[in-house]
Design a protein around this ligand. Structure first.
Ligand SMILES: [Fe+2]
Length: 334
């Protein structure tokens, strides 16, 4: 019922734009401009957020903590990102934008995906368990492989990168916690599936890795690497005071071309295409990390960097190996 009402509100906006703004242009151009304006308003601008607010009722930030934990729909800014309304024009526009950004930049950034109160709640819930995080210290090459002396000593596959971060596994996140509820919310799975253009998507079955929080205190960092997973979904729960920048080079390699020459330039610090993402708390990032090498620079200041990693797979029952579980969580699930 609410969805129908919301759609009617959006149509009224559309009609209002049509009648008030574009009467003097010809019909085809009129239709084109209406679609363009509506698309722009709905996707990027504050005015349409106000309209969505009117259609949806009270601001979600006014809910209590208990409400926002029990109803995952109250964690996400659905006015800006209507992931609970897959039939809506706004949802379809959002998916198209995500497709374009992933294709062009290898990354789709959704600022303010979480409501402010939800972001704070998740950070507070992380504070409560952070002392139980496993200290992951690992030296690896950019491919997360073990060293292979068959390659020349100056080859990227012999390059040693260090990672120094702490990891909270899924087993440490309580079922009533907001992050747990968000991960287990069907519209989030469906939205991620549509962004990735997959016919079906599943939550990861691994009881340690399905949802994790990477914890980085002052001086901690993550070295250059390519992810094993094609796409990674993360949410910044708490920014550090400084440093902790996410740096990456989009489309650095492909299925057909390892592009070792440019990989070496990145490792040497001479590549001109290194980008840095300024990610604020509450931002969701969908990142094609299998083909884009990336790292996190040293964290500075007293505020700990918290990043949640939400794992989805296109086959059911996916688990990490016991070796990988030991590396990242210091234990196995068996
Ligand atoms: Fe990564």
């Amino acid at each position: 019922m609410l969805g129908v009402f919301r759609e009617r509100c959006r149509k009224l906006v559309w009609i209002a734009i049509k009648q008030s703004t574009f009467l003097t242009v010809n019909r085809n151009r009129l239709i084109q401009r209406i679609f363009t304006s509506y698309y722009y308003l709905h996707t990027f601008s504050k005015p349409i957020m106000t309209v969505s607010f009117i259609c949806r009722g009270p601001m979600k930030n006014q809910t209590t903590s208990a409400e926002s934990n029990s109803d995952p729909g109250l964690l996400v800014d659905l006015a800006q990102y209507p992931i609970d309304a897959p039939q809506s024009y706004g949802y379809q526009s959002l998916i198209r934008v995500c497709h374009r950004r992933l294709k062009a930049d290898g990354v789709c950034i959704l600022p303010g995906f979480l409501l402010t109160q939800a972001t704070s709640r998740m950070a507070e819930e992380t504070d409560r368990i952070v002392d139980r995080a496993f200290q992951c210290r690992d030296d690896h090459n950019p491919y997360l492989d073990t060293d292979d002396p068959a390659w020349p000593i100056d080859h990227p596959r012999r390059n040693v990168q260090a990672t120094n971060l702490d990891v909270l596994g899924y087993d440490l996140i309580a079922q009533e916690d907001a992050l747990h509820n968000l991960y287990n919310w069907e519209p989030l799975v469906d939205f991620t599936r549509d962004v990735l253009s997959k016919p079906v998507l599943y939550r990861m079955a691994d009881p340690l890795a399905a949802v994790t929080v990477n914890v980085m205190r002052e001086g901690q960092y993550q070295g250059w690497h390519f992810d094993e997973a094609e796409i990674t979904t993360t949410i910044m729960l708490q920014e550090p005071e400084a440093g902790g920048a996410f740096e990456y080079v989009p489309h650095l390699r492909s299925q057909e071309d390892a592009n070792y020459g440019d990989v070496k330039k990145v490792l040497d610090g001479t590549h001109s295409g290194i980008r840095a993402l300024a990610v604020k708390a509450g931002t969701m990032v969908i990142f094609a990390g299998h083909f884009a090498m990336h790292r996190v620079t040293h964290v500075e200041g007293n505020r700990t960097r918290y990043v949640a990693i939400l794992c989805f797979k296109d086959t059911p029952g996916v688990m990490n190996s016991p070796e990988v579980q030991m590396l990242f969580y210091g234990k196995t699930s068996k």
